[in-house]
Design a protein. Structure first.
Length: 325
């Protein structure tokens, strides 16, 4: 395995993931860092920007996470986990231009394979699952401080083992990680039952604005910039809100359009979720330069809310009009 060779042959690493991280990206970053350090490697964790991490993952040990590119980047191998495209790592071009070697480990089927070495397992439930196989080849011992972030990667990307990517392998991995020390109850409490009041108020705004189109098959909602400021919520608080839209009876596509509270980025960010196997939302996201999974994708755009909605609607109609294979 080329990835294993690259990780074994080098001693200094920079572990990165995508902006606006979720459970899989954060869990994968942390597990990779701990695993490489167990092997005696010098590892720095990096995340672009200065936005706070999502509150539900604040209990994870990210004290040494850096938000600036280290000066010795030329001496380090960049390991990107759960990142489908290079530009999602962040705006600093020095990362890819200056790194000694680029290793890309992911499970997004539309990964651009931007690494010098790529391991993309599109049928895997999560990047955490891919990493478990890599760690096995490296003879990494799955200690509790590796098991728990891997479990978080797995449980969040499978929607608490409810999405169609919940395979027998994913369930066997969950059992292994629990046996290795992942605290299921603590993870559930921290990730799903520690909701700040401001996030609850933000959810109320999204539900109030929710609309159905295409006969109820598409559910769309919008969070405006002033919604975040009014309730005192950071952009990360929008994480998970789309799942409430996805749960509407009869819906096949859920759409959440949000305006980041900070004005120095894209005008709007959009999340897409599919409730049916036949609908590939990553194909819709690619119309805007985004991407993701078949059933979960996203993109950023400076187009108006109306324009975004129209293009998404057209993409949905086009796909659902095709005869089933």
């Amino acid at each position: 395995m080329a990835v294993v060779d690259a990780l074994s042959a080098n001693d200094r690493f920079l572990v990165v993931s995508h902006e606006n991280p979720d459970g899989d990206s954060l869990g994968s970053m942390l597990a990779t860092t701990v695993a490489l350090r167990q092997l005696g490697k010098d590892v720095v964790m990096y995340l672009s920007g200065d936005a706070p991490l999502p509150r539900e993952y604040a209990f994870l040990p990210f004290d040494d996470l850096v938000r600036h590119v280290p000066n010795d980047i030329a001496d380090r191998v960049l390991v990107a986990v759960d990142c489908a495209k290079a530009d999602r790592i962040g705006p600093d071009p020095g990362l890819l231009m200056d790194a000694k070697l680029k290793v890309d480990i992911d499970h997004h089927h539309d990964n651009s394979r931007f690494g010098d070495v790529n391991l993309i397992v599109s049928e895997a439930s999560s990047t955490g699952e891919v990493l478990r196989d890599v760690f096995r080849e490296l003879d990494v011992v799955i200690t509790p401080d590796i098991a728990e972030p891997l479990y978080i990667a797995l449980v969040t990307d499978t929607g608490r083992f409810q999405y169609t990517n919940t395979t027998p392998k994913a369930l066997r991995l969950a059992a292994e990680l629990v046996e290795a020390g992942a605290d299921v109850h603590a993870v559930f409490q921290q990730v799903y039952e520690s909701v700040e009041f401001a996030k609850l108020k933000l959810l109320a705004r999204a539900l109030e604005r929710a609309q159905v189109i295409e006969g109820g098959r598409i559910v769309v909602s919008v969070l405006l910039r002033n919604d975040f400021t009014d309730v005192g919520a950071a952009e990360a608080y929008a994480e998970g809100i789309i799942d409430y839209l996805r749960a509407v009876e009869g819906s096949e596509l859920a759409v959440l359009i949000r305006e980041p509270p900070r004005a120095d980025g894209p005008t709007r960010r959009v999340s897409l979720r599919s409730s049916v196997d036949e609908l590939d939302v990553s194909a819709i996201a690619r119309r805007f330069g985004g991407g993701g999974h078949r059933q979960a994708a996203g993109f950023s755009s400076d187009a108006s809310i109306e324009e975004i909605t129209d293009v998404i609607r057209a993409g949905f109609v086009e796909q659902r009009a095709r005869p089933s294979a």
